[in-house]
Write a protein that binds this ligand. Structure first.
Ligand SMILES: [Zn+2]
Ligand SMILES: [Zn+2]
Length: 61
């Protein structure tokens, strides 16, 4: 199954653009940087580690 491009933080609902720093867990929960920091980079749903999703660079916008 292909990775879906989520566009909103699951916690605060903030919109996440392709150039924003986005944190994801291994179950593809998606959080903005502020929420990830407030959660100590631990997913509240699965207690998994949140990692920074690689940003897409040099791509057509
Ligand atoms: Zn958030
Ligand atoms: Zn998660």
């Amino acid at each position: 199954m292909a990775l879906e491009m989520k566009t909103a933080c699951e916690k605060c609902g903030a919109e996440l653009g392709p150039r924003d720093q986005v944190y994801i867990c291994s179950y593809e929960c998606t959080f903005c940087a502020n929420c990830a920091e407030s959660l100590n980079t631990v997913c509240p749903n699965y207690n998994g580690e949140l990692v920074v999703r690689p940003r897409r660079e040099n791509k057509e916008l």
